[in-house]
Design a protein around this ligand. Structure first.
Ligand code: G16
Length: 564
């Protein structure tokens, strides 16, 4: 600052055709950001340009990230470009690290115009891995389609970007830093904040921390095991679960955010959190949990590794929602799940006479309902659960929700789930992922499949596997009309619904970075046979799913890359 006001430059650039944000922001291989000139700059400029200049001028923006490789380089660019684009104040997590739920919380608390999270969620990290940018708007929720479409349109025609190349921010020092910019009357401010504090305060007002402390460290405490997966959640787990709620320090593992995320895929599902699953199988711990890189997803395990599907998890939380003090105060306005998520939540909604919304995949479809006061709790099969306290799914919130239920009911997670099935019936659920499939082959298969499904002759068809016979009740390409703003989202997944309520859903993922990821979701409701093996129970439907789509033949694959 001693050298006078910082220069603001306008730099010419050329557009890239592929910057359409997917389900969780823009995700690409790290080398794409490194090797394509101004690839990151173009996207960041498109994000800022999507906000009306009058709203942007002097505004506040929150910046966080999960600490993965390329975060620091990217934050520097974001800071320099925010300053040059008229933003007045940036709030940044200490060391540039802040979880996605905390970014949502801080955006709302400071009435920011938006938040930028530098993360590729549950995708692998490191120089050979993925990097990404999520953009949240003033509500604290992921940008909606109308905004992401605008960002994409701008990115396709971009000719220049604005930047203050001389601006250097110290991410390691808490507090305010001021920078004088040429052509600006007011200094540009950067505030480095404790990444956990505001978020922890929010949780303290939602849950009964005294009861949770008793559960985790009182006389009859349970033993928990929490895996932060070397992502952003380490500091949150240490501070909230260990220091504040008294869980022993060694109950939390992989708590230091690493640039390569420890070389493992930071996904909150039992196939990735294998260390946690193995440890839980040993029987030493009563309850286990893990998160993804940026802390918005969660996996919940009971003793001996009893695995709880995300679809069941949200249904159980819904059925026990008044174990959470927040909902005792706010009441429950509605439940929601994404279309491919199992219908377990629907059963609870029906029994409690609470409205149930079925939305397309992606958290951005939930928060409009929350802002309109119509939704309190929602979940997705992709290990996302959350409430209307923020506008993102929230991994640690989900863990505290479960612990609140355990504290109130004094039963094991497994017993709670099994009692739930006895009362409501069970939705057996599985997802097959075919990763890195050739894009054209995947798209052509989906197109042909749609042609088959929407043909009038398809409804009513019967499929037999062994003794099981399934009759098609309806089949379509899922389309959603937002009940709040009447916007329509088409092409959200091909689904076949059978007369017994079982479903097969086919979708192309919006988060992959190589080729296409084909997802096949299978959901079957049982009232009697409640305690069988999922894969055995769903084998007939899986056979039918592959037969109808000819997926293996069309993609050249002999089986899924991952089954969850
Ligand atoms: C993102 C979105 C979620 C979505 C998930 C999977 O999660 O935020 O809403 O369910 O991707 O999407 P897809 O099936 O299109 O891959 P995250 O945690 O990766 O940001």
């Amino acid at each position: 600052m001693d050298d006078g006001p910082l220069q603001v430059l306008t730099v010419p650039t050329a557009p890239y055709p592929d910057q359409r944000p997917g389900t969780g922001g823009l995700r690409r291989k790290v080398h794409v950001f490194q090797s394509r000139r101004y690839y990151l700059h173009n996207f960041i400029q498109s994000v800022f340009s999507s906000i009306d200049l009058r709203d942007r001028q002097g505004s506040t923006v929150v910046v966080g990230g999960d600490g993965r490789f390329f975060n620091r380089d990217a934050i520097e660019v974001v800071v320099q470009m925010a300053a040059a684009n008229g933003v007045g104040r940036l709030i940044i997590g200490h060391h540039g690290v802040m979880s996605t739920p905390a970014v949502s919380c801080v955006v709302r608390k400071h009435k920011a115009i938006g938040g930028i999270s530098l993360t590729a969620g549950s995708n692998p990290g490191g120089p050979e891995g993925d990097f990404g940018i999520k953009f949240n708007t003033a509500s604290g929720g992921p940008a909606q389609e109308v905004v992401t479409n605008k960002i994409f349109q701008i990115s396709r025609a971009i000719e220049e970007f604005a930047i203050c190349p001389g601006l250097r921010v110290d991410l390691a020092t808490l507090g305010k830093q001021r920078f004088d910019l040429e052509n600006k009357f007011k200094p540009f401010t950067v505030e480095i904040v404790d990444s956990v504090e505001s978020y922890a305060n929010l949780l303290r007002n939602i849950f009964d921390f005294a009861a949770l402390k008793e559960l985790l460290s009182g006389e009859n405490h349970i033993n928990i095991r929490v895996d932060a997966m070397n992502g952003v959640m380490g500091p949150y787990v240490r501070r909230i679960l260990c220091e504040e709620l008294g869980s022993p320090a060694n109950s939390a593992v992989n708590c230091v955010p690493l640039e390569d995320l420890g070389g493992q895929r930071p996904d909150a599902d039992p196939t990735c959190a294998t260390d946690l699953l193995d440890t839980m199988r040993g029987g030493e711990y009563d309850f286990g949990a893990a998160f993804d890189g940026d802390g918005d997803r969660n996996v919940i395990l009971g003793k001996h590794g009893f695995s709880i599907t995300p679809s069941d998890s949200v249904a159980v939380v819904a059925a026990n929602i008044f174990c959470i003090p927040y909902f005792q105060h706010t009441g429950v306005r509605g439940f929601a799940r994404s279309m491919p998520t199992s219908a377990a939540l629907d059963k609870v909604a029906k029994a409690t006479k609470i409205e149930l919304y079925e939305t397309p995949t992606g958290w951005r479809f939930f928060w409009n309902l929350m802002d309109a006061g119509r939704l309190s709790l929602c979940g997705e099969e992709s290990f996302g659960t959350g409430g209307d306290h923020i506008r993102e799914k929230d991994g640690l919130w989900a863990v505290l929700a479960w612990l609140s239920i355990l504290a109130a009911r004094r039963q094991s997670a497994e017993d709670i789930v099994k009692e739930h099935w006895l009362k409501y019936g069970r939705n057996y659920y599985t997802r097959y992922d075919y990763e890195d499939v050739e894009l054209d082959a995947a798209c052509e298969m989906m197109e042909d499949l749609e042609t088959t499904l929407v043909d009038k002759a398809f409804a009513g068809q019967r499929f037999a596997v062994g003794e099981k016979i399934y009759q098609v009740e309806k089949a379509d390409n899922f389309e959603y009309t937002d009940p709040v703003d009447s916007s329509i989202s088409r092409n959200q997944g091909l689904r076949i619904v059978f007369s017994d309520g079982s479903r097969i859903v086919y979708r192309l993922s919006g988060t992959g970075t190589g080729g296409a990821t084909v997802r096949v979701y299978i959901d079957s409701y049982e009232k009697e046979e409640l305690f069988q093996e999922t894969q055995v129970m769903l084998a007939p439907l899986a056979t039918i799913a592959l037969k109808i789509s000819r997926l293996h033949e069309r993609t050249g694959r002999s089986g899924p890359s991952v089954i969850t």
